[in-house]
Design a protein around this ligand. Structure first.
Ligand SMILES: [Zn+2]
Length: 269
């Protein structure tokens, strides 16, 4: 392995194929129990890929999945990974009111802590959905004992940094500004869509400035057979583009860079 010295952060949004935004309309939450979940198949693939790269990650857990697959959640923790929260049913925060958000947060945190025996201190907003209209969510997260949040794109974070709750540590999604364009990188669709050397170049550039990169992947991205029937053309492209290359890209990524769970970075601050 030929790794750069700075530690970047690796995360997994632990969600199943039917919980993505692309299937929101076709499969509302009340239908989920009738759908064949693929997490029992895809979770071990993620764990194996991380083990092969000698990498520990933060798994942001959709509460519904903790309830449906507590044994898989225990496997994740047994392998030494950190767990954080990712909503109960992957609803974007800007679609929720403060009461529902708070109720689900308390419920999921207790459930996940009871299953894993580990304290949960991190939260990732589904679909990076913390916008100025729902900055109240940050205060609720702090009140409920959450220490760090991964909730918005970096450019939005930089614009509003001054008015966010200073007691919460923020880990926004990486992006670079290129003229009028915001270019996200290092995770999900972008890790699949960009040629790997471009991802490598961008991460090296950020690391040279002594900044860490936050990577994120999804279990369904290691599943070439992930269902896409019924999706709009747009979502079909976003969801399935270069799925065949994802395993290879992750392997190279883990080989080229050092990654740790987000919680480890907080401990070292
Ligand atoms: Zn998600």
């Amino acid at each position: 392995m030929n790794r750069n010295g700075l530690e970047n952060m690796m995360s997994v949004d632990w969600e199943d194929w039917y919980q993505t935004e692309s299937f929101r309309r076709l499969y509302p939450v009340h239908t989920w129990g009738n759908l064949a979940g693929r997490l029992p198949e895809t979770t071990p693939r993620v764990l194996d890929a991380l083990s092969a790269g000698e990498c520990k990650a933060t798994f942001f857990v959709v509460g519904y999945n903790a309830k449906r697959y507590p044994h898989l959640l225990k496997d994740i923790v047994r392998k030494g990974h950190e767990v954080g929260l990712h909503g109960y049913d992957h609803t974007s925060v800007f679609k929720q009111d403060s009461k529902t958000f708070s109720k689900e947060l308390i419920y999921c945190r207790k459930m996940i802590e009871d299953i894993t025996g580990k304290e949960v201190t991190g939260f990732r907003a589904p679909n990076w959905s913390i916008t100025p209209a729902v900055f109240w969510a940050l205060d609720i997260l702090k009140e409920q004992g959450i220490r760090y949040v991964s909730g918005m794109d970096q450019q939005l974070f930089l614009r509003y940094e001054f008015c966010l709750n200073p007691e919460l540590i923020q880990f926004p999604r990486n992006s670079l500004k290129a003229g009028p364009l915001v270019v996200p990188f290092g995770g999900g669709f972008f890790l699949r869509a960009y040629p790997y050397p471009l991802t490598k170049l961008l991460v090296e550039r950020v690391n040279r400035q002594k900044q860490r990169v936050l990577c994120y992947i999804h279990p369904w991205e290691l599943d070439e057979n992930t269902p896409c029937k019924g999706m709009t053309q747009f979502w079909r492209i976003v969801t399935t583009f270069n799925l065949k290359k994802m395993k290879k890209n992750i392997t190279r990524f883990l080989n080229d860079f050092n990654f740790v769970p987000i919680g480890d970075v907080i401990k070292s601050v």
